[in-house]
Design a protein around this ligand. Structure first.
Ligand code: COA
Length: 437
């Protein structure tokens, strides 16, 4: 059978396609903005026929109906990264979290540590050779699909065709469900809500911009701060991008010729990414655009690959940093908030890159200046995302602390210096009482 006849023979409805899911199966769901919602809705409609189905993915934007209380016993979610749509369910003990580096999520599939029975994906329509593109999210989805026993694809006319290692042949898909519906959009990471917060973001943006040199290759992590930096680097020259996540904010820098990728030492001339979180604007930008190559996360986030980029600058955010330089980005005490994502992958890669700069940037306080984010010790239960051996630059609105190779005494002094003034005295007292300084 040629691929076109093969394709036609696989066309079905979402309801028919998901009938292959059985009790006790592990189901993988296409993540990010690429969530195949028609398939998910059809799957959860079968709730009363199914028991103990695990639904796994990293961050998804959109519905997560399998985490609802009434799904208990039927579906249970496993998160490789916690998004806002599953956070409550995890913290109420109805879903599970697997702490894992983004670079290693694909290895869970390839090594059979997390076997996948069914993968639910959303891809572009096949091209003239029968290849569908994973589109806006290649990251962990291509590896998961390669390892799944059964692949069900929502084939969406509105899914961009992205280039790179981002394709699946129609012959590898068991059931195809055609649709023509808008993709879920990620409205930009929380914007400043008050003039004060705006001022904090601006100062952090300026402080980071001061450390970024021309010809650098950037990774921008998730959260409000990495995005805020973009408007302060418009005067830089020949920047490149090697990042897991690409978002709307980067488009203008490409169009204005700030990002040229010309000085990159790996994939020269190309942006390298593994997924997009953004709006239709960025979906349109990446469609069939040879300037951007998508690759799976075990390639893009591999610290050894990241390190091949000259002057690699990784910009990631955090919830708390203690006075010795331990960075927590995934939890607020025992409350699980997000995950490792690619933070340590990129921090380590940037640290090994020639001229590289790993940066942690965060506002000095939270909750309307009532809580310091530079803390004596991390809250009990907090995870260490970037260890104090890995930390280099920490940036707040009050300046830059360079910690790498510095003693605990030097670190404590540098961090107190960029802490919010309201908390400097108590931080200093703690540091003295504990003989840090
Ligand atoms: N104590 C109590 N609450 C705190 C806090 C603290 N120390 N720090 C932050 N918060 C609260 C904030 O007030 C905010 O609450 P709100 O939504 O009610 O206003 C919430 O926690 C989130 O903080 P915020 O600073 O707005 O988060 P963000 O959206 O900018 O994301 C991270 C920051 C650290 C959570 C995010 O970067 C992350 O998940 N990082 C880990 C993974 C990673 O870096 N991956 C790399 C790229 S994938």
């Amino acid at each position: 059978m040629n691929w076109i006849d093969n394709y036609k023979s696989k066309l079905t409805t979402a309801e028919e396609a998901v009938k292959c899911i059985k009790s006790n199966d592990n189901v993988f769901v296409h993540s990010g903005c690429a969530v195949p919602e028609l398939l998910i809705r059809a799957m959860v409609k079968r709730k009363d026929e199914l028991e103990n189905v695990t639904v796994a993915h990293i961050l998804t934007i959109g519905e997560a109906p399998y985490t609802a209380p009434e799904m208990e016993g039927h579906f249970r979610h496993k998160a490789f990264f916690i998004g806002s749509n599953v956070r409550k369910s995890i913290n109420e003990g109805r879903s599970d979290f697997i702490p894992i580096f983004l670079s290693e999520v694909p290895l869970l599939f390839y090594k059979g540590i997390f076997p996948i029975d069914v993968a639910l994906i959303q891809v572009s329509p096949p091209d003239e050779h029968g290849f569908c593109s994973f589109g806006i999210d290649v990251g962990t989805n291509k590896p998961a699909t390669e390892c799944a026993k059964i692949v069900i694809a929502q084939i969406n006319k509105q899914m961009p065709r992205t280039l790179g290692d981002s394709f699946i042949h129609i012959n590898k898909i068991k059931y195809c469900v055609e649709c023509d519906i808008p993709l879920n959009e990620y409205k930009q990471q929380k914007e400043a809500t008050t003039p004060k917060e705006e001022e904090v973001f601006q100062k952090i943006g300026h402080n980071i911009a001061d450390i970024i040199e021309d010809d650098s290759t950037l990774q921008m992590g998730i959260g409000a701060i990495p995005d805020a930096v973009l408007s302060f680097i418009t005067n830089k020259k020949n920047l490149g991008i090697h990042t897991e996540m690409f978002s709307d904010g980067l488009i203008k820098l490409v169009e204005d010729g700030v990002i040229t990728n010309e000085k990159k030492t790996l994939h020269k001339g190309k942006i390298v990414a593994s997924f997009v979180l953004g709006t239709k604007k960025v979906f349109d930008f990446i469609h069939d655009n040879p300037i951007i190559e998508f690759h799976p996360s075990h390639y893009v986030n591999d610290p050894f690959i990241v390190a091949k980029n000259y002057k690699m600058v990784a910009i990631n955010s955090a919830l708390q940093v203690d006075l010795t330089g331990q960075v927590c980005a995934d939890s607020i005490g025992t409350k699980l908030f997000s995950g490792f994502g690619g933070q340590l992958d990129f921090m380590r890669g940037a640290s090994k890159s020639e001229g590289g700069k790993p940066i942690i940037a965060l506002p000095s306080s939270a909750k309307n200046e009532t809580v310091s984010r530079i803390v004596p010790t991390l809250l009990p239960g907090s995870g260490v995302t970037t260890t104090r051996g890995d930390v280099h630059y920490v940036v707040t609105e009050y300046g830059v602390a360079y910690l790498y190779g510095k003693s605990v005494r030097e670190r404590a002094l540098a961090l107190i210096n960029i802490a919010h003034p309201n908390f400097r005295d108590e931080l200093t007292k703690f540091a003295k009482d504990n003989k840090y300084i």
